[in-house]
Design a protein around this ligand. Structure first.
Ligand code: SAH
Ligand code: SF4
Length: 336
């Protein structure tokens, strides 16, 4: 699929044609322009040439059918992973990648083991959602939510991520409610400040993973630039400006950041008046070979301490472990 030339190809035509074309792609979810019967035949031919709609992807389903993972190939042969999560209540959430690789090299993350190849365009981000939307439509179903938790750091590709979100959110686009779209960041404060100013009700998630700099620096090299204090100060400004709740992501690593001491420390850095607007998401570590996951008993104890300190906390449900479709296990590759 390549929508980069859509505007250019439709330029010689009256402007309502562009509107019809977008509706065909995003609302009717067609996979070939010949199916857009309201467009003149010669235009359909030109669009098939210039803006092909077929998506090159390999899809793997998890055994329990709750999760599916796809490797989506772009025109230059590079690929990213995207995951579909089918929730028990019938909702469908898609996890998208925003970059091919990631330059931030977090110690626990499979994507971070690769360096950055390039940013994705807004169209390439949207394409990942369209893939699942088409598949779900066959069963009269739809994509209800999108999370930017796949490969890459969304705030290193801010403009294209925001452009994609506007298409996902728009009624002429995929019509996914902004409240059902979440961006996860490793804590780039400029991005957090910029997002606060957007007229969009999207959710923000912060990958904190440690309550102090000594520990966080071991896990996330980016902590040298954006340390715990700076990240939390940016989040507090964001909350003050938007009055929106922010999710704090905390990866549970056995014997490393999961003791009672760290739970207390996390509670105390999150307090300071705004604790009602933070909620902590405890994430089980999907092994990439470097660390040990915390035991369930340790996670329960950690959770209890936060609850006692009146910090909202949940443990994230694990999707797609058997297909390596879980967070931090996503790796792209180039077609041979
Ligand atoms: N770059 C952004 C968004 C992509 S990562 C970020 O770091 O927030 C999405 C989430 O998956 C982050 O919270 C990240 O810390 C988490 N993650 C990375 N590796 C993981 C692993 N091995 N197991 C579980 N979660 C992981
Ligand atoms: Fe990049 Fe996020 Fe992975 Fe860190 S956790 S390497 S920021 S994708």
């Amino acid at each position: 699929m390549n929508l980069n030339n859509l505007e250019k190809t439709l330029n010689p035509y009256p402007s309502f044609r562009l509107k019809q074309a977008k509706e065909a792609v995003y609302v009717n979810l067609i996979d070939n322009w010949n199916k857009a019967s309201n467009l003149p035949k010669e235009l359909r031919g030109a669009l098939n040439q210039e803006c092909p709609l077929d998506i090159k992807a390999e899809i793997i389903e998890s055994k329990d059918k709750q999760t599916a993972k796809a490797l989506v190939y772009f025109v230059d042969g590079f690929a990213v992973e995207t995951v579909l999560m089918r929730h028990k209540d019938g909702r469908n959430t898609v996890c998208v990648s925003s970059q091919i690789g990631c330059p931030l090299a977090c110690a626990f993350c499979a994507t971070g083991e690769q360096k950055l190849t390039r940013n994705l365009s807004a169209a390439e981000i949207t394409e990942q959602v369209i893939l699942w939307a088409r598949k779900l439509k066959q069963k009269n179903n739809r994509v209800d939510g999108v999370v930017f938790m796949g490969m890459g750091e969304p705030f290193l590709n801010y403009d294209e991520v925001l452009k994609a979100i506007r298409v996902l959110n728009s009624q002429e686009g995929l019509n996914i409610g902004a409240r059902h779209i979440s961006i996860s960041t490793s804590g780039l404060t400029e991005g957090i400040a910029k997002l606060a100013k957007e007229s969009l009700q999207v959710n923000l998630a912060i990958s904190l993973h440690a309550p102090n700099n000594q520990l966080r620096a071991i896990l996330m090299p980016i902590n040298r630039k954006y340390n715990v204090e700076k990240v939390l100060a940016a989040v507090k400004n964001y909350i003050a400006e938007t009055r929106r709740r922010v999710m704090v992501e905390y990866l549970m690593l056995g014997g490393l950041n999961d003791s009672e001491k760290e739970a207390q420390e996390l509670a105390s850095v999150l307090k300071q008046g705004l604790e009602k607007l933070f909620f902590v998401n405890l994430i089980s570590y999907n092994s990439t070979g470097k660390f040990k996951p915390s035991t369930q008993a340790t996670i329960d104890r950690f959770k209890l301490i936060l609850e006692k300190e009146k910090i909202s906390v949940v443990q994230r449900f694990r999707f797609g472990r058997d297909i390596e479709g879980a967070c931090g296990q996503l790796k792209g590759r180039k077609m041979a």
